[in-house]
Ligand binder design. Structure first.
Ligand code: HEC
Length: 216
């Protein structure tokens, strides 16, 4: 018995060493390998997500923040309404799912994957650069993504709070000034107490009408 195991182990090592296994991303796995990997991945994600407490994902501020993160960090691989292809995405194996078509993952599972990434795939662990609040914001946005058309998507990502702002913005025109827009459009400026207009000059989306708010 032991001898058989040793022989099998040596044979497996020899095969690995021979270089016969093709790791090329442009040659797909066998069907059985794909199913085995998918099973391991899905069970790992479900186990990792168990026990996570999901915040209120209908929160508009959260969705707006998530939209901004998504458009900056995810569309190159996962697409969006109106973003139907990318050079990066086309060569990836496994292929990243297209989230404009929705996801079968529960919110806690999506959170876990976004935070920790997936080994031996292109999916990064965003938790090494983003805190849990930012990741829940992305999860909140993912719930809305399949309901958006290209126009709604670009409105939400160009000026994240616009699509969800109603007449309140006008009623409180003076308080609702440029700084609140900047906090949403500039991921670096998330301090709610921050009221200065002096944002880093590199921020491309300080809108002309931000000044209208100030002077109206
Ligand atoms: C460089 C490409 C790349 C980027 C950028 C990327 N992902 Fe992924 N993502 C992948 C790949 C590839 C997979 C599939 C991994 C697998 O199936 O093993 C994946 C899988 C996922 C999954 C699991 C989907 C499922 O149904 O199992 C989620 C959720 C996810 N990504 C969210 C995001 C979010 C949110 C962002 C942006 C913050 C992001 N990803 C950025 C490549 C990427």
């Amino acid at each position: 018995m032991v001898a058989i195991l040793v022989v099998a182990g040596v044979a497996a090592l020899g095969w690995a060493y021979s270089g016969q296994y093709n790791v090329a991303a442009d040659v797909p796995h066998w069907g059985l390998t794909s199913r085995a990997l998918a099973l391991v991945r899905d069970r790992s994600v479900a186990t990792g997500a168990a026990g996570l407490t999901v915040p209120d994902l209908a929160d508009r501020d959260l969705i707006a923040q998530g939209a901004e993160h998504y458009s900056e960090m995810c569309t190159g691989c996962h697409l969006a309404p109106g973003v139907t292809t990318s050079g990066l995405r086309q060569g990836l194996y496994p292929a990243p799912p297209d989230f404009s078509a929705g996801t079968s993952l529960r919110p806690a599972e999506a959170f876990w994957v976004i935070k920790h990434g997936i080994k031996m795939s292109a999916m990064p662990a965003w938790g090494s650069t983003h805190d849990d609040d930012a990741i829940w914001a992305i999860v909140a946005f993912l719930q809305q993504l399949p309901t958006l058309d290209a126009n709604e998507y670009s409105a939400l990502t160009a000026e994240p709070d616009a699509a969800y702002d109603d007449h309140e913005a006008d009623e409180h025109g003076h308080e609702h000034n440029a700084s609140s827009h900047d906090e949403l459009t500039n991921p670096a400026a998330v301090d709610p107490g921050e009221t200065t207009m002096e944002q880093p000059s590199a921020v491309p989306h300080v809108h002309p009408h931000a000044n209208d708010h100030e002077h109206s």
